[in-house]
Design a protein around this ligand. Structure first.
Ligand code: EPU
Length: 417
């Protein structure tokens, strides 16, 4: 699909089920390179990033069988290539995480510079620095990297900056490295804990995942086991904002609210009325929003991936909200598109904006710059007066499964063209 067309102003109702987490599923697919035998993975989201990752793995020699109900079977026993496909690898930032399992299994990997959307083209210095500590030799070419090691040697590594995929990549590499690895200042996201639990079930020895120090004792071999992808906390949060913005009572089910504590706290502080159960969240109509400042932070702080929807929510809140996004450069630039739709957002510098609200939004033609900004423009379209057309929706489809059909079922007037 290329465009979404939305007619704003509809109240939504009903239930929407959260899909499996993109940022867990991508890592479980990569981890399959470490495992002997066939694994069955359930609750796989059907999204573009997952398709891309599967294409990369198939190109390397993996055998992947898509089953019904978001299940797939994967065996990487016959992987025989060390070069990640240039076109596929460079179009997906998450291709970087393949380096860990590839080095652990084959001792060598050639990676094109990973890319994707605007924010996907971020540096990979942490990966280069960290792998050198494992004894890997790295040759940097203009558009690719050649990693090679005689053996992977367990090491003590401290991240100068917290990195989610960095933590996951080194954790996976360390499972089959020689000796003990200690990762300090590690990221603590729930997807990291879920990945470590899965690898431990396959025979790995990982302690401390989900805290800032992860200790891994290398083992000789890991055996494939079945696993289930955890619910997508970012999709969950996006739907929470959607329900509140559209003044609707919707039930967001199949989710894990305990992975969203900070976000839900800030939503409540902003005046959002919610009913929260063990595996569902209901949004309540008639919330009155008040300006609320946020600062994004690594888990368990306010997720950078939910900054864009929250910024949109603040356009409907009374007063001035400061949105501070220290993690990514460029993740606030989408606010000029909200301004085109009628918002009053002032950019202080690339990391901070002030949102003055409330403002009425009006339908416009806007392009999606990246995944989270894209879904936010879609949400803006749901409350805008008139017709909103969103281009570049391939960015949205990287992370949200069948979104137009799922929203139509709630009563949204949206179609893809
Ligand atoms: N960074 C470096 N050097 C590196 C790696 C990262 O400077 O070698 C910087 C980044 O530019 C950024 C910061 O470190 O400023 C943190 O980046 P991190 O490495 O934690 O991000 P990531 O692991 O590449 C994952 C998610 C992102 C999510 C971030 C932060 C995956 C596949 N991606 O990215 O998800 O925003 O953590 O939580 O897990 C998304 O789903 O929309 C998305 C972008």
């Amino acid at each position: 699909m290329e465009k979404y067309i939305i007619k704003g102003g509809r109240e939504l109702s009903g239930e929407i089920k959260v899909k499996g987490a993109k940022n867990h599923a991508l890592k479980v697919l990569a981890a399959s390179i470490l495992l002997k035998g066939e694994a069955e993975i359930s609750n796989m989201p059907k999204i573009n990033d997952i398709e891309q990752m599967q294409l990369i793995l198939k190109d390397l020699g993996a055998d992947i069988q898509q089953k019904q109900n978001s299940r797939l079977n994967i065996s990487t026993d016959r992987i025989n290539k060390i070069a990640i496909d240039k076109k596929l690898g460079s179009s997906l930032r998450a291709s970087i995480i393949l380096t860990g399992p590839m080095l652990a299994r084959l001792r060598e990997v050639i990676l094109p510079h990973p890319g994707g959307c605007v924010i996907g083209k971020r540096p990979i210095d942490i990966f280069i620095d960290g792998f050198r500590s494992f004894g890997v030799e790295i040759k940097e070419k203009p558009n690719s990297y050649h990693f090679k090691a005689k053996k992977l040697q367990g090491c003590d590594y401290i991240f100068y900056k917290i990195s989610v995929t960095g933590t996951e990549t080194f954790m996976m590499a360390a499972t089959l490295a020689k000796g003990k690895t200690v990762l300090k200042n590690a990221a603590q996201e729930p997807e990291i804990l879920a990945l470590a639990n899965y690898l431990n079930n396959c025979g790995a020895k990982i302690r401390g995942a989900g805290t800032s120090t992860v200790i891994i004792e290398g083992v000789k071999e890991l055996k494939a086991k079945n696993t289930v992808i955890i619910p997508d906390r970012i999709e969950t949060g996006t739907f929470v904002v959607m329900g509140l913005l559209t003044n609707s009572m919707i039930k967001i089910s199949n989710c894990n609210p305990s992975h969203l504590e900070n976000f839900l706290l800030m939503i409540k502080r902003a005046g959002g009325k919610l009913e929260i159960g063990e595996n569902f969240i209901k949004t309540m109509p008639n919330s009155e929003f008040t300006a609320t400042d946020i600062i994004t932070h690594e888990y368990p702080g306010f997720s950078t991936d939910l900054q864009a929807p929250f910024t949109l929510l603040m356009t409907q809140a009374k007063g001035a909200s400061l949105i501070h996004e220290p993690i990514f450069e460029g993740r606030l630039f989408f606010t000029d598109k909200l301004n085109q739709m009628g918002a009053n957002i002032i950019m202080c510098d690339p990391h901070r904006v002030i949102v003055n609200g409330p403002t009425k939004l009006f339908g416009k033609n806007v392009d999606s710059p990246d995944l989270r900004a894209g879904i936010t423009l879609l949400l803006a379209g749901l409350i805008a007066k008139g017709k909103t057309t969103i281009g570049n929706v391939n960015h949205i489809e990287r992370g949200y499964e069948n979104i137009t059909e799922r929203l139509k079922k709630l009563g949204a007037e949206i179609y893809a063209k």
